[in-house]
Design a protein around this ligand. Structure first.
Ligand SMILES: [Zn+2]
Length: 152
C-alpha cells in the first residue's frame, strides 16, 4: 500500500481529480462520464481527462477495461495488484459489477506461452464477461429451462 501512496503523491491536480472521480464511482466510468463529473472542476474538454488517464494507467492506479471502454481504480479491489499476478477482470453483463481475480501461476503460464510464440504482450490482463453470483440463477433452479431437443 505504501507504493500506491507514493505514486499518488506526485500526481497533478487533474490526475488527482480524475483518480478521485474513478475511485468514488461504484461502477466503471467512461472518459465521457468522467468529463461530465469534472465539468464543475474546470475541466471542460476531453484532452485533459485522456492525458490524466494515460498517466494513471502507466502508474497502475487505474485500469482501462477495453471491452467496455471504461476505467476502474486499482484501489477498488481488495488486494494490491502486483506485476507478478495475472489479473483477470470479471465483468457482469447484467449489473456491470467488476471484480479482479489474481493468479501468479496463470500469469507465469500465459507469459511462457506468449514468449514461446514470440509475442510481446502489451495488455497484461484479461477481461471475462458473464454473470456475477448475484445475477446468476442457481444451477438447480426450477426456472432453468430444459435443454431444447437439438441439444441432447
Ligand atoms: Zn451481476
Amino acid at each position: 500500500m505504501m507504493v500506491v501512496v507514493d505514486r499518488k503523491f506526485s500526481l497533478t491536480r487533474n490526475q488527482k481529480l480524475v483518480l478521485g472521480t474513478i475511485e468514488a464511482s461504484p461502477i466503471p466510468l467512461s472518459a465521457y462520464a468522467i468529463l461530465k463529473v469534472l465539468e464543475g472542476s474546470g475541466i471542460r474538454h476531453p484532452l485533459p481527462v485522456y492525458r490524466a488517464l494515460e498517466k494513471l494507467i502507466a502508474l497502475r492506479l487505474v485500469y482501462r477495461l477495453h471491452t467496455i471502454a471504461a476505467f476502474v481504480a486499482a484501489a477498488a479491489f481488495p488486494n494490491p495488484l502486483t506485476a507478478e499476478d495475472q489479473i483477470v477482470f470479471t465483468i457482469c453483463d447484467a449489473c456491470g459489477q467488476v471484480n479482479a481475480l489474481m493468479d501468479k501461476a496463470l500469469g507465469a503460464q500465459l507469459s511462457s506461452v506468449a514468449r514461446d510464440a514470440g509475442f510481446a504482450v502489451s495488455q497484461p490482463y484479461l477481461e471475462l464477461h458473464g454473470r456475477c453470483s448475484d445475477c446468476s440463477e442457481p444451477m438447480d433452479s426450477p426456472s432453468t429451462p430444459a435443454l431444447p431437443d437439438y441439444a441432447i
